[in-house]
Write a protein that binds this ligand. Structure first.
Ligand SMILES: Nc1ncnc2c1ncn2[C@@H]1O[C@H](COP(=O)(O)OP(=O)(O)OP(=O)(O)O)[C@@H](O)[C@H]1O
Length: 382
């Protein structure tokens, strides 16, 4: 999947959303968390979280280490007791329902395949536990292995499989009991990048075909944006933002989310009462007409995000701001330029076409494209 950190635009979805983002509503929500709270010691790992996942929706939970992603999954799976609030599946409160009765499938990052069983034995595990008869088991395993791209692999030893193949077996095993909700914890975490990029596309297609409802946790933005109908960004046990990948990418809720997505050009600014300009450490910038201002008032102290693609290079004599190029980083489709303004204002990242990228040490003028500026919500102390 695309390396999202410091790229210019939103990543293309793995395929056009077949089912649409389907924002959850009470009626169609398969999973619903109300005020869900988990505390360890005095600290809330899950802090009054409200979340809905609609039937057939793929929701990816993103967030830095320790933000509560795994705790959220474990609580839904019934592996973690709630200290407050409620989790409902299909409208039924899950309080007191043990993990194996919740009808959810779990797939962890390290696969946890049974090394002593062959591929077929691993995939059939959940069916055997449920007492499905042998012929039906074999038929179902055959179908699932074909589905995950490993037709005829029943008798292979799991130890002889590559990481990507083991991943597919783990997926087939999680899908076998036809869980109403499939939960993935860092599903592709240990695989190398090119394999992850391929698998994430396949996963999305597969879930689309099966109509699987998915709640996945990852710390990899690229994975989440490529897989999800909806992305949920967590911070300190709370939901910082929830939206389609495009919404979150285009309008990060606040400075925390913007920085988490890899945007470096986030500065404090004073937005004019008219909302048309903002005073920043880089000078007065024009704002886009009718910017999305979130819930906060248009004017006043705010954070601004300037996308690297909106930082334009100019002749130093034609621009109010002059910078020195301190570094160039090749990003495949473009070059990320690191610019140091004169004085002590913060550095700026610019995205520049490969052929036009000036050398480190060059002096350049800088202007800003209002269309690439976002006035962020949230307070000024992220
Ligand atoms: N069993 C536990 N006992 C005590 N504290 C815990 C326990 N499990 C999690 N925590 C704490 O709860 C917070 C959230 O942890 P959690 O594992 O849910 O985060 P995460 O977002 O999944 O992190 P990572 O990306 O590193 O897996 C962390 O501060 C963690 O230290």
């Amino acid at each position: 999947m695309t390396e999202l950190k410091k790229v210019q635009g939103p990543p293309a979805p793995a395929r056009a959303p077949a089912r649409g983002p389907a924002p959850a509503d009470g009626a169609s929500a398969l999973l619903r968390l109300d005020d869900a709270t988990v505390r360890f010691g005095g600290r809330a790992a899950l802090d009054a979280v409200d979340l809905e996942v609609a039937r057939h929706e793929i929701v990816c939970v993103l967030g830095p280490s320790g933000s509560g992603k795994s705790t959220l999954l474990r609580a839904v799976a019934g592996l973690q007791h709630l200290d407050g609030g409620r989790i409902s599946l299909d409208g039924h409160d899950q309080r007191g329902v043990p993990a194996h009765r919740r009808g959810v499938g779990l797939m962890f990052q390290d696969h946890q395949l049974f090394p002593q069983r062959d591929v077929g034995g691993n995939v059939a595990f959940g069916l055997r536990v449920r007492g499905v008869d042998r012929r039906e088991q074999a038929e179902h395993v055959r179908e699932l292995l074909a589905l995950v791209g490993l037709p005829g692999a029943e008798r292979r030893a799991v130890s002889a499989l590559s990481g990507g193949e083991q991943q597919r077996v783990a997926l087939a095993r999680a899908l076998a009991p036809r869980p109403r909700l499939l939960m993935l914890d860092e599903p592709l975490g240990q695989l190398d990048r090119s394999l992850r990029e391929r698998l994430v596309v396949e996963l999305r297609q597969l879930f689309g075909e099966l109509g699987t409802t998915v709640l996945a946790v990852t710390h990899d933005q690229g994975e989440a944006f490529a897989l999800a109908d909806r992305v949920v960004v967590m911070r300190d046990g709370r939901i910082a933002q929830s939206g389609t990948p495009l919404e979150v990418w285009q309008h990060p809720a606040d400075a925390f989310v913007a920085r988490f997505l890899g945007f470096d050009n986030v500065v404090e600014a004073k937005v004019a009462a008219a909302g048309d300009t903002a005073d920043t450490p880089w000078g007065r910038l024009r704002l886009p007409a009718g910017p999305r201002q979130g819930a906060a008032p248009a004017g006043g102290a705010r954070h601004l995000l300037v996308r690297p693609a909106g930082v334009r290079l100019a002749d130093p004599s034609d621009a109010a701001l002059t910078c020195t190029v301190t570094a160039r980083t090749f990003r495949g489709t473009h070059v990320a330029l690191h610019l140091r303004p004169r004085g002590d204002s913060p550095g700026i990242e610019a995205a520049c076409a490969l052929r036009e990228a000036p050398e480190p040490g060059a002096e350049v003028g800088v202007t800003f494209d209002p269309a690439e500026i976002v006035v962020l919500g949230g307070d000024l102390a992220p």
